[in-house]
Design a protein around this ligand. Sequence first.
Ligand SMILES: NC(=O)C1=CN([C@@H]2O[C@H](COP(=O)(O)OP(=O)(O)OC[C@H]3O[C@@H](n4cnc5c(N)ncnc54)[C@H](OP(=O)(O)O)[C@@H]3O)[C@@H](O)[C@H]2O)C=CC1
Ligand SMILES: CC(C)=CCC[C@@H](C)[C@H]1CC=C2C3=C(CC[C@@]21C)[C@@]1(C)CC[C@H](O)C(C)(C)[C@@H]1CC3
Length: 420
Amino acid sequence: MMDRYKTPRTKELEFGGPLGAMILIFLMPATIFYLLLTCRTEQASVLNFPPPLPPLSTLWSPHTFLLLLAWVGLQAALYMLPMGKVTEGIVLRDKSRLQYRINAFHAMGVTALVVGAGLAAGLRLSYIYDHFLQLAFSALLLAFGLSFLLYFKSLFAPETTLAPGGNSGNPIYDFFMGHELNPRIGSFDLKYFCELRPGLLGWALVNMAMLMKETELRGSPSLAMLLVNAFQLLYVVDALWNEEAILTTMDIVHDGFGFMLVFGDLAWVPFTYSLQAYFLVNHPQKLSLSMAVGILLLNGLGYCIFRSANSQKNTFRRNPNDPRVTGLKTIPTATGRRLLVSGWWGFVRHPNYLGDIIMALAWSLPCGLTHVLPYFYVFYFTVLLIHREARDEHQCLRKYGLAWQEYCRRVPYRIFPYLY
Ligand SMILES: NC(=O)C1=CN([C@@H]2O[C@H](COP(=O)(O)OP(=O)(O)OC[C@H]3O[C@@H](n4cnc5c(N)ncnc54)[C@H](OP(=O)(O)O)[C@@H]3O)[C@@H](O)[C@H]2O)C=CC1
Ligand SMILES: CC(C)=CCC[C@@H](C)[C@H]1CC=C2C3=C(CC[C@@]21C)[C@@]1(C)CC[C@H](O)C(C)(C)[C@@H]1CC3
């Protein structure tokens, strides 16, 4: 009976299959250290050979590792507190639905109070800047450790609970993509927890630490640093406020919880997304008021597109009869669900990605035009979203068939109008 709910073998492998997965398992950590080490040099030039990696005895610090564990522990404790509502995820293969607690925004409020109290008591956040490489190394160890434990756990998981994207039978590929879809310890959902809390809040905390360090060095924070902090904090707050929307993303619905997401959430996000702020500590930039206003407007434009496109689709998916979306044109599909073909989703096929990429540019511009390094996020993110868009199109074509082809005919551009 349960056999028909078994997750089928993953046939179409992504990221270049096991070899691609193996390369990424080495490349992702190497990229973090390359970026951080280059950023610490005076020239911060991508043309120079990167400085050598410090010896392991310098990178490993039990103190920073314990601090990292304490941070993740605090977030885990806040996740378990019975505050906020409980909601249901999408219907799973075996027709069940998992329950999720929606309290990331509350967790952020409590975290802000804890950090605020710490600062009042003399806590030096600039410790994070001073021990940035050690912290990144600790996060790397934590991510590898958790990924191995998750893969081991998945070997004993029922076949109905495996991830459609990470059940190839190749251990390296499945370790990377994630073998189990929603690994849980009791009601504690590890993927859902990691996706938003320790990494995203960690990113905001790292940015604030960079601002504190700059203030210690120069007496006051620069306009560029304030803009980077404000823009990225808005993005983090937005993600936590709209926590429920994450339950329908590819990461939660399709991808397992393996190295890609574990490392992405716990190490990649806090240590590469904060690169602009890290760069500004040692490479101060003069920003005129008119430039700052221009960048502010660009970020506002990106954010408006990102937020209204995401909200339009989420509102439509939750209730197609909601008055905010009833005026929009749609295409019926064989699944009974409809596709929007006007409004933001009639402009390009991924308007939310367009808004996100515009914001990415606004986050790097405060770092000036003299260095390429702080633009890493723009390059990486454009590649990530182009690849993600192709993965999503593939899944939508499978799901909606002819209706998807009709949508592509009526809305020909994927992300950038008239370009791509
Ligand atoms: N900062 C970061 O590092 C990252 C940020 N992001 C951001 O996360 C957000 C979510 O992105 P992501 O999860 O990739 O995907 P999307 O929110 O774009 O969701 C894609 C899904 O939307 C539905 N859909 C697509 N077209 C239509 C349409 N015309 N009408 C109605 N429904 C449609 C389909 O699912 P269905 O039909 O089943 O509902 C499709 O699978 C984005 O804003 C993205 O920019 C993403 C990755 C990394
Ligand atoms: C190959 C490689 C570099 C993989 C790592 C990718 C991950 C870093 C990203 C995959 C999807 C993500 C999402 C967010 C952060 C980055 C990762 C984990 C996200 C939490 C950022 C905030 C957004 O508002 C979001 C909640 C929509 C988003 C979800 C996807």
